[in-house]
Design a protein around this ligand. Structure first.
Ligand SMILES: [Fe+2]
Length: 471
């Protein structure tokens, strides 16, 4: 009781000392009655914030209010600065991730062995995940400590240089997203009829094998077993009138490895036969397990076409046994185009079919002197498009990039093993020649999101011929 009285008395004394006589009327404006202050009362902005110019007691009270206001204002500024600095660090992390993606995409486009590429990929993944933590530690809480009211002016020079680079990465990332969002169908594409075939439904079971990454095939939303089967028509300037409606079935990137099982590819072969193309081509990455080479005769190897079946190989074939794969294709009656050009006479005109397996194997093909031949190139990677243009190629068919395999909302594809990054991840591009990059049939990792496998028949039309019925 005594203690409570002392406490109460002390509180009253403290309150009086701090606020003065609170029973006196307070004047907060120049127009109102002011008893305790001989001069007009006002809140004026001083150097350290707002200051009360009224009476002493009232002034003390209001000063405390003002101090609290200033403290709150300062706290707001600190809070805004904290979020701003966090945002800058987040942007830096995105810029760093983009730099790493640019690096790994370009390295994947080079003839580097698979184990080395795997190590590089792991290092890059680790770097992307760990960089935000490094930023927080060395920039956010230590060094300049920008998340603890520190100043960016205390940032060490190496960090400054790298953060500027991250800024460039952020700009590249933004440009990539804008390019993806504003992409357009090439002017030479006149129709696209696509249907989705659920192979699981057609077979009555999901064709998952015993491969190392089979669990990925079981994930929900995975589109690895829903194939987009398309008929796409293109007007090509140098196509002879007599070839109006010439059709080419494009197969690529089957990656036999055992995650997606053989019945899936047998079903692809059945669908291919139903499409009755004039020409069948395969543009590489048949397998990732040479023990599964015997799948070829029962799948793509059995296909036939009036103008023949042609192939060139890819980097995964180079990893696991290109010579054996070539021998098996040859036994199936397919023709190897790698590093050479094959001339086919068709309705009075010459079709030159050439292949390149650069940069992994061989050399680019030499073309014949015949300038009037229509030139078709099979190149695993789309990276040779400039070379094709300089050799008067009319159509180049590629795979390799798998469409990115995972297409993120808004952002689009991220990984594509190309010196052009994701620019040619998948689709048709009129670059004179027409470049068609298929998303392919499978992948080493059986995971596809918003990027289904594709089986496409390209139907070519001449600008000088009567248009075909496109219904
Ligand atoms: Fe591939």
């Amino acid at each position: 009781m005594i203690l409570r009285l002392i406490h109460s008395t002390r509180n009253d004394a403290d309150r009086r000392q701090h606020f003065g006589r609170l029973d006196r009327p307070l004047a907060l404006s120049q127009s109102g009655p002011v008893r305790s202050s001989p001069r007009p009362a006002a809140l004026v902005r001083g150097r350290g914030g707002f200051v009360w110019t009224g009476s002493h007691n009232t002034r003390d009270f209001l000063q405390s209010v003002v101090l609290r206001f200033n403290a709150r204002q300062e706290s707001c500024v600190h809070s805004v600065m904290l979020w701003l600095n966090l945002l800058i660090l987040a942007f830096a992390a995105v810029g760093h991730a983009e730099l790493m993606v640019i690096l790994v995409n370009r390295l994947d486009a080079l003839p580097i062995s698979r184990p080395a590429l795997k190590r590089i990929r792991m290092a890059v993944d680790f770097s992307i995940l760990s960089f935000p933590l490094l930023l927080l530690w060395f920039v956010g809480f230590h060094g300049p400590a920008v998340l603890l009211n520190g100043s960016w002016s205390n940032l060490a020079t190496p960090w400054t240089v790298y953060l500027v680079l991250c800024g460039a990465g952020l700009v590249a990332f933004s440009a990539s997203v804008i390019r993806w969002k504003t992409r357009q169908t090439p002017v030479v594409q006149i129709s696209n009829h696509s249907r989705t075939i659920d192979v699981t439904e057609r077979l009555g079971f999901k064709p998952i094998g015993n491969g190392k990454h089979r669990f990925l095939a079981t994930l929900p939303l995975n589109e690895a077993f829903t194939v987009q089967v398309s008929d796409k028509r293109y007007i090509l300037p140098r196509l002879p009138i007599e070839w109006q409606g010439l059709s080419i079935l494009h197969l690529t990137d089957s990656h036999f490895i055992g995650n997606v099982d053989r019945p899936f590819f047998e079903e692809i072969a059945r669908l291919s036969e139903e499409m009755r193309p004039d020409l069948v081509v395969f543009t590489g990455d048949l397998l990732d397990d040479l023990d599964l080479l015997h799948w070829l005769p029962a799948t793509f190897g059995r296909l036939k076409a009036p103008l023949g079946c042609y192939y060139s190989l890819g980097n995964h074939d180079w990893f696991y046994g290109a010579d054996e794969i070539r021998a098996e294709f040859d036994r199936c009656g397919w023709q190897n185009t790698a590093g050479r050009s094959i001339v086919v006479e068709h309705r009075g005109h010459r079709l030159e079919i050439a292949g390149t397996e650069r940069p992994w194997m061989g050399q680019h093909p030499e073309f014949g002197a015949e300038p009037s031949a229509f030139r078709l190139v099979l190149s695993h990677t789309p990276d040779h498009i400039a070379w094709a243009r300089s050799n008067s190629v009319d159509l180049m068919l590629s795979g390799h990039n798998h469409g990115g395999q995972i297409i993120l909302p808004v952002i689009g594809p991220v990984f594509a093993p190309s010196k052009y990054g994701v620019r040619y991840a998948g689709g048709a591009f009129w670059t004179d020649p027409l470049l068609y990059v298929s998303r392919g049939l499978a992948g080493r990792h059986p995971l596809r999101l918003n990027c289904p496998p594709e089986l496409t028949r390209l139907i070519l039309e001449s600008p000088n011929a009567q248009p075909l019925d496109r219904t």
